[in-house]
Design a protein around this ligand. Sequence first.
Ligand code: ADE
Length: 418
Amino acid sequence: MKYDVKDIKLAVRGALRIEWASNNMPVLRLIKQRFLKEKPLKGLKIAACLHVTTETGVLAEVLKAGGAEVFICASNPLSTQDDVAASLVKNLKVSVFSIKGEDTKTYYSHIKSALEVKPDITMDDGADLVSTIHQRPAYLHKNIIGGTEETTTGVIRLKALASENKLRYPIIAVNDALTKHLFDNRYGTGQSTIDGIIRATNKLIAGSNFVVAGYGWCGKGVAMRAKGMGAKVIVIEIDPLRALEAVMDGFEVMPIMQASRIGDIFVTVTGDINVIRREHFKAMKDGAIVSNSGHFNVELDIDGLKLLSKSKKVIRDFVEEHTLKDGRRIYLLGEGRLINLAAAEGHPASVMDMSFANQALSAEYMANNYKKLKKQVYSVPEKIDKNIARLKLKSLGVKIDVLTPQQKKYLASWEMGT
Ligand code: ADE
């Protein structure tokens, strides 16, 4: 069995941490029980480019229970939990190719290792597998029946590929499921981003000017949690509707240049490139902290920051101090990579339970339906989405009402008014 992990001896610790995550993933547990009986993924090879975390470990167990052979590479050079990677290899016999802190060359060589197994299904977080496959036709094997995509950034890339009529197999956009983005992007990113910033810096959030760039579901979550910890939250947004929403949610909204002068802590969650640029770094206060929680490390113009700096040093793990020519210091967290996974452990298991339930059930759906699907990006079927919500509520011990026959009829009618 091929693999490349940091240290296989870390497997004992990894197994315990995966067990801890699993205790908080009741929906995946139910799916696993059914998969063990029905084996819906029997004979399929799944190449998964995901953050190698305890939660991904639980998903791998579920996919294997369904009969799949699983091969994993990292979806970010800094997000791998090396003990989890070791445990997956040793205890679950999953081929893992990922090491925390790997350089870009190793990152892509690991992606290639996962693709060399000729997968039937690709599972992406950020679309690097699909992008690699589409740029190197040698990887476009006949056996690929479809794929799934976890994240907003990946779905944007895939839709761009599809709009050029270049997408070569169907993909299910897991991110578009309500049980994914309403919870993972909002509550998951909200909590884990603040967690990453605190673990990296141990700074007090209360009373700080906390700047959130982007007011999508991730930005909403981060802003909400920063506010909850007592920060004065400023939102940067280019979309008028979202900006208005931020205003009415009680946040100050202003252009990035204005916020640059007053912010203490900055987080980008836009999915776009060069959101905080050289001119913004130039305007920042001494001691400003800049971080990113979007998928790729492109949201901060790090080259621009380097050009302004006369020196830099790593002052704490995941904290790089850049001293500008006039002596001001700017602190860059986690090399501008997603701080929630670089300095913390990513989203809590309880929320990944729903995201990865969508992954497992979408893989099953693909296995059963790929012949009917076109080379397009598909949403997760509503039935799957609602079922995951039902199972999650049940696991939380929450009961809800059902419509009475009269209410059902009323909702299907148009005659009755005041
Ligand atoms: N993305 C964000 N948090 C994650 C986690 N805990 N595991 C896998 N992918 C993630």
